[in-house]
Design a protein around this ligand. Structure first.
Ligand code: ADP
Ligand code: MG
Length: 296
């Protein structure tokens, strides 16, 4: 048991602790061997305490036999460095407009800072995490998504070979959302899109998006208006009527793509809530938003 979990459970009786473990048993059995792709993003990633609990949760998943794969973004961190450099961030439909200089900053921040920090937090618990860019091992082949966005990549294909090899060794891949084309040109890719493509390529059981809202909201200004479940058709309707905007556009598109590619479900959870991953996977608490393919 990790130190912070121990601290949090100190007030509970041994009986209660045992009960919690026993209640997790059917879920542990159900998900044993399952690949779960987790996209780490939003405010959870910039809060040191939440980053620590996230890392220990990922290690716990691996320790009970799941195959976690982490994909991370870094929007706020990229924005911060750009501000320090005197460069303004411009977004179009939730995607960052990326000129050559912005691409360099994004790549440095994602691969050299954010990815390193996550790997470091996980590896406090053991030598498990291996960080990589989507450029490594030919993992993500990309092309220009929209010339107006500059070096923002659209995923052409995912070659999951390198991930299969790491997972076979019980390692935890931590992937920065950068891809490359056949000339070696790098692209900044929305991390939600990367998580979904990787979930598809690995035939993942679930893809889970940790974000800075409690889930998909029917009113973005009302944090209690959580839509607990939606089918692909319902998502289409919510996008058409403008309920879904900003960063939720690529996120919901990614959820839809993942379930279409064969993931059983895609989840949007509140990454600000400690141990939200464990709540979703090992309890019957219906939290956040669950997206499924729906009736054929
Ligand atoms: P992340 O770093 O998790 O990808 P984003 O900022 O890209 O976060 O996307 C999440 C943001 O999407 C929320 O903080 C919210 O401002 C915005 N958003 C727009 N429409 C909705 C909606 N219907 N429900 C929830 N969030 C929404
Ligand atoms: Mg986003």
């Amino acid at each position: 048991m990790t130190q912070d979990l121990e601290l949090q459970t100190r007030g509970y009786s041994p009986e209660l602790r045992t009960k919690a473990l026993v209640e997790a048993l059917p879920y542990i059995q159900q998900f044993r061997g399952a690949t779960v792709v987790v996209k780490f993003g939003g405010n959870a990633m910039v809060d040191p305490e939440l980053s620590r609990t996230f890392a220990s949760d990922i290690v716990l998943l691996r320790s009970v036999g799941l195959r976690p794969v982490v994909v991370h973004g870094g929007g706020p961190q990229i924005g911060d460095l750009l501000t320090k450099l005197g460069k303004e961030s411009v977004f179009k439909d939730g995607l960052r407009v990326t000129d050559a200089e912005t691409l360099d900053v994004a790549r440095m921040v994602l691969v050299g800072k954010v990815g390193r920090d996550i790997v470091g937090q996980i590896n406090i618990h053991g030598a498990y995490a291996v960080g990589m860019s989507g450029e490594d091992g030919g993992l993500i082949q990309a092309q220009v998504l929209d010339p107006e966005l500059g070096f923002v990549g659209d995923i052409v294909s995912v070659n999951p070979g390198i991930l299969e090899r790491l997972l076979a060794e019980d390692l935890i891949p931590v992937i920065s959302s950068i891809g490359a084309d056949e000339t070696g040109q790098a692209y900044n890719i929305n991390a939600d899109t990367v998580a979904s493509a990787i979930a598809g390529a690995l035939n993942a059981e679930k893809v889970i998006y940790l974000t800075d809202v409690p889930g998909l909201l029917s009113d973005v200004n009302d944090q209690t208006s959580i839509i607990s479940g939606a089918t692909v058709a319902e998502i289409d309707a919510l996008r058409a009527d403008g309920t879904i905007a900003g960063g939720m556009v690529p996120k919901t598109e990614a959820c839809v793509a993942a379930v279409r590619a064969g993931a059983k479900s895609a989840h949007m959870l509140d990454g600000r809530r400690p141990h939200v991953l464990l709540l979703e996977l090992f309890t019957d608490a219906g939290i956040g938003t669950k997206i499924t393919l729906g009736e054929p």
